[in-house]
Design a protein. Structure first.
Length: 225
């Protein structure tokens, strides 16, 4: 999952970025409203974490422009202001959640997980595919309650396929959602990760189909197992 983090406090931005990357998210970081508006207009994100007090355009202005473009990207607002009027204004403009500084990292991580699940049209912390289950909170995969060992990047690829179960996911879409600006992406990186996942899952009866010229597909849940 790819996240845009918009925070002008460099120390806080660095800490949040490291925490999110540790959770296996791809994270792009910008420090002002103009950069945030450009990034949201040009790139594809699964979530935006947006500080209200930014240089140039405020976070509320960025949010207003985002929703004016009819974008449904989930937005978590951050602010040092804890007044009711600020919370109401952000939510009225289309924010999905609101977190006042200071906050604890576990709470931020939990809210991020909840918004990503909501954006993927699921309200549970588990993605189920037949007898295969991915725990989005613990970042583990199980088959019949037995753990399946995947690397962090392999798990992210599988999560993306499961969240779009029954739909073809293109390689370009995967790259856009799994890698940040600073990541070096080899030409065959996605193929390598899918190959590794297949080696681990196909003996369990879980198939990832290649749709030639389009991408990869996991059949719908009711067709699995």
């Amino acid at each position: 999952m790819r996240i845009l983090l918009v925070e002008d406090d460099t120390i806080l931005a660095d800490a949040l970025c490291r925490a999110l990357v540790q959770c296996a998210y791809a994270v792009d970081v910008v420090a002002d409203g103009e950069q945030a508006d450009n990034a949201l207009a040009m790139e594809s994100y699964d979530l935006a974490i947006l500080d209200i007090g930014l240089p140039g355009l405020s976070g509320l202005d960025v949010l207003r422009r985002l929703r004016a473009r009819k974008s449904g990207v989930p937005v978590l607002m951050l602010t040092a202001l804890d007044a009711l009027a600020d919370r109401v204004r952000g939510l009225d403009l289309g924010a999905d959640d609101y977190l006042a500084k200071p906050f604890d990292l576990p709470e931020l991580e939990a809210r991020v997980r909840a918004l990503l699940r909501r954006g993927g049209s699921t309200t549970t912390p588990f993605l189920q595919h037949g007898r295969l289950r991915l725990d989005t909170v613990g970042r583990r995969v199980f088959y019949d309650d037995q753990p399946v060992e995947l690397s962090a990047r392999e798990l992210s690829v599988l999560e993306l396929l499961l969240m779009r179960e029954g739909r073809v996911v293109s390689k370009e879409h995967m790259v856009n959602h799994l890698y940040g600006w600073g990541d070096e992406v080899g030409a065959n990186a996605i193929e390598v990760y899918v190959y590794r996942i297949r080696k681990k899952l196909e003996p369990l009866g879980c198939e990832i189909r290649t749709v030639r010229g389009m991408g990869y597909l996991m059949e719908r849940n009711d067709a699995a197992g």
